[in-house]
Write a protein that binds this ligand. Structure first.
Ligand code: GLN
Length: 475
């Protein structure tokens, strides 16, 4: 077991020489080896991690170090790390190496974090179970017969199984929050544009957000602070000032107003999850926290709008994997068209192909107005639902997922059933707002239950404050 609960404690222990950072990295490397069957990592950077540990250990002891000094972190394999493989867990990028660092990676390095490897995920971040990976599926460390959630399943499993201190994931429709809920840890999706997407392989560019997984809210806050901020290399990144999120934990939080969206407690929600969230709501009321019911009337259209818009964006973004500049070329290349067709047919997996076809269809001349344009309008209505709700409450509390972690293989033959796992998470990406999943409770069989909090754009502070209240109730 680790002798610290969060990064602040770890730093103190290193400073006072109660723990040795090189030994700490070795501990994680041994754990990665021991828990190899979880399949959480696509690549492990053993030598570099040990080298960095030596250098950073000296920096910490001399008192001249970054905010994340010695934090051992895994990076989802859709983010660029210079000179390292960037596969997106796809066969088509199996041999691809990145020639530059993603801005988030650069920022982690600048704050003296130690990158231990690249984590497994669904191919191009498309999925809810991490079963769509060319590297094979990931097991849930809490119960290895279950999926860890997706698409950032490797990141969540790695943190939950103590293979690293924290990890970065990406969330286009729930891929940080849902695996965090399934593995029993914290996962935060920032406001769209809060964190630069430079160096992130695009899935759906107007939805994609990068965010942290950790075992404590303290670590979530400090990582979020370090990776946020304007970046001239991403013209969509926001210039809005980044608060010191580590201070949010100490702000007064009793006055926070929590909204409960009535549409999220309808049929299809697992009974145990429902019971546990209703209990939490009662406990909050008992603590005199303001709880009101709110309405998000367009909730029933979120999955449809999400899967039209994201597949449209994906079909465009993934056009670059044509084996000319990006992507492994097929050996069957009698003509230019054959080359494109065979390279893409061989290199891309079934789910990715399904989405490219769906996206191409909804963008095609005859169907554009009926699907793409309509879904854009619905997106606006969903955003307005949230604007209305946030005029009377500070945060919205919901379950993260409608189900407990499901069995491996249980939903993989039924895409629609799989898409419904995203029912509570996609709305935040449609509206561009931040969300967090908190490991609140456990079901009778020991599987984790996650609670989701949503806040208005750029209000991660209230998410963190409300998380603190919920944590106190969980303890
Ligand atoms: N499960 C959702 C999907 O498959 C979300 C993916 C994500 O957030 N990257 O699209």
């Amino acid at each position: 077991m680790l002798p610290y609960k969060n990064h602040f404690e770890k730093l103190e222990l290193i400073k006072s020489k109660k723990i040795d950072l090189v030994e700490n990295v070795k501990y994680f490397l041994n754990r990665i080896e021991k828990e190899k069957r979880l399949n959480a990592f696509n690549f492990v950077f053993e030598e570099e991690a040990l080298q960095s540990a030596e250098i950073i250990s000296d920096k910490i002891i001399s008192g001249n170090h970054g905010a994340l000094a010695g934090l051992v972190i895994g990076i989802k394999d859709v983010l660029s790390i210079k000179d390292k493989p960037l596969t997106c867990s796809s066969k088509i990028l199996r041999d691809f190496k990145s020639i530059y660092n993603a801005t988030v990676v650069q920022k982690l390095i600048a704050e003296d974090a130690i990158i231990i490897g690249k984590t497994n995920c669904d191919e191009f971040a498309m999925g809810s179970s991490n079963e769509n990976s060319a590297f094979g599926n990931v097991l849930n460390p809490v119960d290895e017969t279950k999926v860890p959630g997706g698409s950032s399943g490797g990141s969540a499993a790695a943190v939950a199984a103590f293979l690293c201190d924290a990890a970065l994931g990406t969330d286009t429709g729930g891929s940080i929050r849902q695996p965090a809920a399934f593995c029993g840890i914290y996962g935060l999706k920032p406001t769209y544009s809060r964190v630069s997407r430079f160096g992130l392989t695009a899935f759906a560019s107007s939805f994609d957000s990068i965010g942290p997984f950790a075992r404590s809210i303290e670590d979530i806050s400090i990582i979020l602070k370090s990776i946020s901020g304007y970046d001239k290399k991403d013209s969509t990144s926001s210039q809005i000032e980044v608060p010191d999120f580590t201070k949010s934990l100490n702000l007064k939080s009793e006055n926070i107003r929590i909204g409960i969206p009535k549409e999220y407690f309808s049929e299809g929600l697992n009974e145990e999850i429902k019971k546990s969230i209703l209990e939490l709501i009662q406990n909050l009321k008992n603590k005199n926290i303001s709880i009101t019911e709110v309405s998000l009337p367009h909730t029933e259209y979120t999955i449809a709008a999400y899967y039209i818009l994201t597949t449209a964006e994906a079909s465009s973004n993934l056009a670059r994997y044509d084996s000319v500049r990006f992507g492994k070329r097929s050996s069957k290349i009698d003509s230019l068209n054959e080359m494109y067709k065979n390279s893409r047919s061989e290199g891309l997996g079934a789910e990715v192909k399904r989405r490219i076809m769906l996206g191409t269809y909804v963008l095609s001349a005859g169907y554009y107005d009926a699907y793409y344009l309509k879904a854009q309008k619905v997106r606006r209505l969903i955003k307005e639902d949230f604007d209305n709700a946030f005029s009377s409450v500070d945060v919205i509390l919901t379950p993260t997922s409608p189900s407990l972690p499901f069995n491996i293989g249980e939903k993989s033959d039924d895409p629609l059933e799989m898409y419904l796992s995203d029912i509570f998470t996609t709305s935040a990406n449609l509206a561009g707002i931040p969300g967090i999943s908190i490991p609140y409770a456990k079901a009778k069989n020991g599987l984790p239950i996650g609670v989701q909090l949503l806040a208005k754009q750029f209000d991660e502070e209230n998410l963190i404050k409300a998380t603190k209240i919920i944590m106190e109730l969980a303890e």
